[in-house]
Design a protein around this ligand. Structure first.
Ligand SMILES: Cc1ncc(COP(=O)(O)O)c(C=O)c1O
Length: 409
């Protein structure tokens, strides 16, 4: 069996930690009861480390002091009264509605009217609303990649991979942000889907979209672009990276989680009319799961109006981004250019755990990204910016990250 591991290979590294966050790595040899352990399971973060990185993290006593850089509410719209009012009105009119899987909705359902509005906003033929960004990517890839070769940037979001796996597609990993490698793979294996993130969700760097699109076009590639972290936050009226670079017409399929700048529980696929029909009626995530609630639809509709008029917040977010990235680079974190997400990359789990504990003590809440399986030597502590962080907040973050640089390796 593909995932079964011979007993001789059952040496793995685990991490033992004290409640204070003192951790060390330890080699452990598996017993025979572990014989069916998958390779992934061997590399899961162990219980003690979960305690330090996740379970035992608590709110500081003075929660007014807390600087939160965990959420993806980049424009700080989550608490906007216009969204709450729209949701409340939908609750009063429809309650939780007559929920069902989306294929059963009437043609004039508010969900379809909202899809048309988003399609007009983005200048595409069709939009499909989904229950989450995960289901947008899964559904799109499941229906599009059947019998097709998939070229996936090695750090593109896992949900894109999961959809391609469900379709049993042949998949090739493209070295991160490397158009030359993409060209080489396309020449070697033929036309297929080229799968990218606009903004990479861990390090916040942007895809070199113009080069990737050009390379794909030259060699018969069709681009799928995940705009989860750019929709709302970048581009004219928040239309995202492809729109910012006037490349929207050359990107065949765009997806996004609406749980970021839109602060909703939903996702979209922006695509051709033909592909939208495939996703609506063939994607397993559309056929076998119920769709959004009336309050979700009303909330997203109200949020879109706010996002269209949020230039000031987008400018402020860009300014916050510049200050943080410059500050982190001056401290030697090597984050480089990119968008409103930056990660402090650690090389060992104990070192990452010490950083989490130190930032918590400084009342700066960032997130460790190691689940479900940590990537050896690349263990990020992620900082997500939002437009209303003050200069003082940024100083607090940079003071705390400067302290981490003085830690022993
Ligand atoms: C790039 C990207 N795509 C897709 C998703 C999935 O979105 P959702 O949380 O709405 O399922 C995420 C969420 O973490 C993401 O970062």
């Amino acid at each position: 069996m593909e995932h079964e591991t011979p007993e001789s290979a059952l040496t793995c590294t685990v991490f033992s930690c004290t409640p204070a966050g003192e951790c060390r790595e330890q080699a452990v040899v598996g017993r025979s009861t572990h014989a069916a352990m998958t390779k992934d399971q061997q590399r899961y973060v162990n219980d003690e480390m979960l305690d330090v990185l996740y379970r035992h993290r608590t709110r500081p006593a003075d929660s007014g002091k807390l600087v939160e850089v965990v959420s993806n509410d980049y424009l700080d719209l989550g608490g906007h009264p216009a969204i709450a009012a729209a949701q409340q009105e939908a609750d009063e009119r429809f309650g939780n509605g007559n929920r069902m899987a989306a294929p059963h909705l009437f043609a004039d359902d508010p969900q379809h009217r909202l899809e048309e509005r988003i399609a007009t906003w983005l200048g595409v033929e069709a939009v499909v609303l989904t229950q989450s960004g995960w289901t947008a990517n899964f559904g799109l890839m499941q229906v599009l990649s059947q019998g097709t070769t998939v070229y996936r940037d090695e750090t593109a979001h896992s949900s894109l991979t999961d959809g391609a796996l469900a379709a049993r597609a042949e998949m090739h990993d493209v070295r991160h942000n490397d158009p030359g490698h993409l060209a080489e793979l396309l020449r070697g294996h033929g036309p297929g889907l080229v799968v990218l993130n606009a903004v990479y969700n861990i390090r916040g760097d942007l895809t070199p979209l113009a080069e990737m699109v050009e390379t794909a076009e030259l060699h018969g590639g069709t681009v799928v672009l995940d705009e989860s972290h750019s929709l709302g936050a970048l581009g004219p009226a928040g239309r995202g990276l492809a729109a910012q670079l006037t490349l929207g017409h050359r990107v065949a399929h765009r997806t996004a989680s609406l749980a970021k700048a839109f602060t909703a529980r939903a996702g979209i696929v922006a695509t051709s009319r033909a592909a939208a029909e495939q996703i609506r009626y063939r994607a397993r995530s559309a056929c076998f799961a119920s769709t959004l609630l009336p309050r979700d639809i009303a909330g997203i509709d109200a949020t879109l109006t706010l996002i269209e008029h949020a230039d000031q917040a987008r400018t402020r977010l860009a300014d916050r981004t510049h200050t943080l990235r410059t500050g982190l680079d001056q401290q030697g974190w090597g984050v480089g250019p990119g968008a409103h997400i930056a990660s402090l990359v650690h090389t060992t789990l104990p070192r990452l755990a010490r950083s989490v504990t130190a930032l918590d003590a400084a009342a700066v809440r960032a997130s460790a990204f190691v689940l479900p399986v940590p990537r050896q030597g690349h263990l990020p502590l992620r900082i997500c910016l939002h437009a209303s962080l003050t200069d003082h907040d940024l100083d607090r973050i940079l003071d705390a990250t400067a302290l981490l640089r003085t830690e022993p390796a």
